[in-house]
Design a binder for this molecule. Structure first.
Ligand SMILES: Cc1ncc(COP(=O)(O)O)c(C=O)c1O
Length: 429
């Protein structure tokens, strides 16, 4: 069996002779699929791409952020314009949100040490559920420990053996992972392609349960799902509709109420999924909908039944952020204005920003190595963005994901634009 020492030595020799180029970067995902490796750790010993990227100072992940103050962050001891967070309304730095979390810890402690079903339900969860249901115009809501778990819980409880889950191909990974917990059939349709959705719905037996689940605002592309057409097809084929509004809350609709409010379709949507880890300045997630359906998810959603509940401080922060979001609707206007400002200027510089129409603006680069190099140069010049490579996006469709907050000033944005202007000329993308 390959031992750690010899394998490590071989690996170091290989890495020392390698530079950051596409060939050395390819095939990294094939490691997981290799046959005939007697040591289950072999794939780890052969995984060298991270070292290659680190050696070239181009490793973009698990980057330590010393301090994140909303529109700016301290990284490697230096102040950067933060264009890589989902803190859309800047509420993580709001003094009232911080105070609410501190007070909750002092009053209720740091953890509830159990699942919602048993010893982990707290008065703050119930308050948050009531406020969310009221805010979204739904009968009830259920709070989870993360948004990821909200999708897992919803799907594991609802999609039984004879049901079908119908997903947009570009949906978030948590919906895909949730589909692995579904007992029934799971199918996908092409991104935002209503003709394909209709073909898929038409192919399903009439007398089976159907749930269409889509992201409201797509987290990498920054586009919005065509909800009116989805609702029309759902009615025609007797399907229910769930919208994952993780990114849409705080951005779309009156007071940031999300995708269904943006389209005036709040009564037509059966379930809304969301997270507290973006606009709501905390961590956690929720599903909102009909009381009876929420009741079922409460008892059959595996991720809520078998995992510890949201700590009180996180619930308190989300509650306060929700209150401020409604009290200060100009934040929602500002984040969208900042996004429009940037989108227009990035396009004028010649960048391809895809189909973005929201404060999530991808900059399409294509080549992985160029994307890594640009990411690093941006950081060196005080601009943090997210580097998105395969498998998060298809190969050769690498991108730099930028996102904006209501708290970015024109100075912040213009500083970033200057760097983008220089890089556009240098890399001739
Ligand atoms: C569309 C979507 N759904 C769900 C999630 C998961 O949310 P959380 O970070 O709360 O687990 C995310 C997070 O990125 C997301 O973008």
């Amino acid at each position: 069996m390959e031992t750690m020492n010899t394998a490590q030595q071989q690996k170091n020799n290989v890495i020392n002779n390698m530079s950051l180029n596409q060939e050395n970067f390819n095939n990294r995902h094939k490691l997981l699929k290799q046959k005939g490796q007697p040591d289950i750790f072999s794939k780890a010993y052969q995984f060298i791409q991270v070292e290659i990227a680190k050696q070239s100072n181009c490793y973009p992940y698990y980057k330590t952020i010393d301090q994140n103050e909303g529109p700016v962050a301290i990284i490697d001891g230096k102040e950067c314009v933060m264009l890589g967070s989902n803190n859309y309304l800047g509420l993580t730095i709001h003094p009232e949100v911080r105070k609410a979390a501190v007070e909750a810890i002092e009053k209720y402690g740091t953890s509830l040490t159990g699942s919602r079903l048993l010893n982990g339900t707290h008065i703050l969860h119930e308050q948050l559920e009531n406020k969310l249901a009221e805010f979204l115009g739904k009968e009830d809501a259920l709070v989870f420990t993360t948004g990821y778990q909200a999708n897992l819980g919803l799907i594991s409880a609802l999609v039984g053996k004879y049901d079908t889950l119908i997903m947009d191909k570009m949906n978030h990974a948590s919906i895909y992972d949730g589909s692995k917990l579904a007992k029934g059939n799971c199918i996908t349709f092409e991104h935002n392609d209503m003709m394909d959705l209709e073909i898929k719905l038409n192919g399903l037996p009439e007398n089976t349960g159907k749930l269409i689940i889509i992201d409201g605002l797509f987290s990498m592309e920054g586009d919005i799902c065509p909800l009116p057409e989805i609702v029309r097809l759902a009615k025609k084929y007797n399907a229910r509709v769930a919208v994952d509004d993780a990114h849409a809350v705080g951005i779309l609709g009156e007071c940031g109420k999300g995708t269904s409010h943006h389209y005036g379709l709040e009564k037509e949507i059966d379930l809304v999924v969301g997270t507290f880890s973006k606009t709501l300045a905390s961590v956690g997630g929720f599903v909102a909908g009909e009381k009876k359906v929420v009741e079922l998810i409460k008892h059959f959603g595996r991720s809520v039944v078998f995992s510890a509940s949201l700590p009180p401080a996180s619930a308190a922060a989300a509650l306060k952020a929700l209150e401020i979001m409604q009290r200060e609707p100009d934040r929602v206007e500002r984040v969208n204005m900042n996004a429009d400002y940037m989108r227009e200027r990035l396009v004028n510089l010649g960048y391809d920003v895809g189909v973005s129409e929201t404060p999530v603006i991808p900059i399409m680069i294509g080549n992985e190595i160029t994307t890594l190099q640009m990411w690093k140069e941006l950081l060196n010049e005080g601009v943090y963005v997210n580097c998105v490579l395969h498998p998060a996006v298809p190969r050769d469709e690498s991108l730099l994901r930028t996102s904006y907050t209501s708290e970015h000033t024109r100075d912040h944005l213009d500083k970033a634009l200057k760097v983008f202007e220089r890089l556009k000329k240098k890399y001739r993308i």
